[in-house]
Design a protein around this ligand. Structure first.
Ligand code: COA
Length: 334
């Protein structure tokens, strides 16, 4: 690990927002041909949340407000807002603009980041770079997705997987290089684009009666192909990042994996030599919330007193694109 940086980006505040409405597995038994038993054993999911009224900016704003009020931070101090999402309220303006207005961050600029299920890791790398440049002191990184807005509730392969949530972290500089963002490996491979994507609504297939009739505005996924690619991608890159930083399984306090399927999580942990007790898991409560899964885990485990200052964490994700990556950070909050 090259430690030439003068400062690291450290997480100094966290927040989250999940909508109240719960969709349990029994709900899906009523609408498609499935069973609670199948969903639990094949995915690990028991419940997920649905935002009934509102959009992704509301999930992101909820998380940002939770962070700002919990830590009594004046929104005018926020300099940059990055919203990681695949379900922006609109093509434009960016969801970050809507969040900026909602929270009164009068002095911020910002943008959205779309790397599918890896969006939060890509945003965290970008936000950390802005901090390390020395130019910014408060960067808000939010992962938020209203996945229920692009889920086909007639497709039993996919509808059981996804839910809505938002979670946020604040990045600030630390000159104590033991803490904060240490390293990351990130990748894209667009040859995987047709295994997991939304076919319609973009410039390739603009919205029309035909795209609606052909059901092109929902998630399309070849689950088996993505499953295999995700296991290999997440496990390999986490292993490579650990090797690069001379880390063994025992050095790691937690693996923080993207929550897409409990079997993918278990396979990644096994490859890294990390036991289940050292893996952050909340997929049973929320399903796959895409950009929100990793920060949501961080917030919940921290608030439960399970993450301590100095803990070494490996964050890992895999998603559409393909996109994937792993991030090594040392927890910096008391
Ligand atoms: N209830 C009951 N049966 C279902 C079902 C459901 N909700 N969904 C699929 N099945 C059926 C399939 O139709 C198939 O039946 P068949 O053998 O008669 O064709 C059978 O279960 C097995 O399907 P398969 O695709 O092999 O299941 P799986 O074990 O691969 O699990 C996923 C399916 C989608 C859960 C799994 O592939 C997965 O998690 N993929 C990756 C998802 C992901 O991570 N996406 C986000 C990006 S990281």
């Amino acid at each position: 690990m090259e430690n030439k940086k003068k400062m690291h980006a450290a997480i100094t505040a966290v927040g989250m927002f999940v909508p109240d409405k719960v969709l349990d597995n029994a709900y899906f038994e009523k609408i498609v041909d499935t069973s609670d038993e199948w969903i639990r054993t094949r995915t690990g999911i028991q419940e997920r949340r649905m935002l009934e009224n509102g959009a992704t900016s509301d999930l992101a704003t909820g998380a940002a407000k939770d962070l700002l009020t919990t830590y009594k931070i004046n929104p005018e101090e926020i300099e940059v807002i990055i919203v990681a999402t695949v379900t922006p309220d609109m093509f434009f303006p960016a969801t970050a603009c809507l969040v900026q207005d909602n929270i009164g961050a009068k002095n911020a600029w910002g943008f959205d980041m779309n790397a599918a299920c890896s969006s939060f890791l890509f945003a965290l790398q970008t936000g950390s770079g802005l901090i390390e440049s020395g130019r910014y002191k408060k960067v808000l990184v939010i992962g938020a997705d209203k996945m229920t807005s692009i889920t086909d509730y007639n497709d039993r392969n996919n509808c059981i997987l996804f839910g809505d949530a938002g979670a946020a972290v604040l990045l600030e500089p630390t000159t104590d290089l033991k803490y904060g963002f240490q390293d990351s490996l990130l990748k894209v491979d667009g040859s995987g684009r047709e295994s997991l994507y939304m076919k319609g609504g973009g410039s390739l297939n603009p919205s029309s009666h035909e795209t609606v009739d052909k059901n092109m505005h929902v998630i399309y996924q070849d689950g088996k192909v993505v499953f295999k690619a995700a296991v290999k991608g997440m496990a390999d890159i986490s292993y490579d990042l650990m090797e690069k930083n001379n880390l063994k399984g025992d050095d790691i306090a937690y693996l923080v994996p993207h929550q897409a399927n409990l079997r993918i999580i278990d396979a990644t942990a096994k490859r890294m030599g990390v036991g289940r007790e050292k893996v952050m898991i909340n997929i049973q409560k929320y399903g796959n919330t895409t950009s929100a899964t990793i920060p949501l885990c961080l917030v919940e485990y921290y608030r439960d007193g399970k993450v301590k200052k100095g803990d070494k964490l490996i964050l890992a994700a895999f998603g559409a694109g393909y996109t994937w990556g792993a991030t090594y950070l040392v927890w910096s909050m008391d």
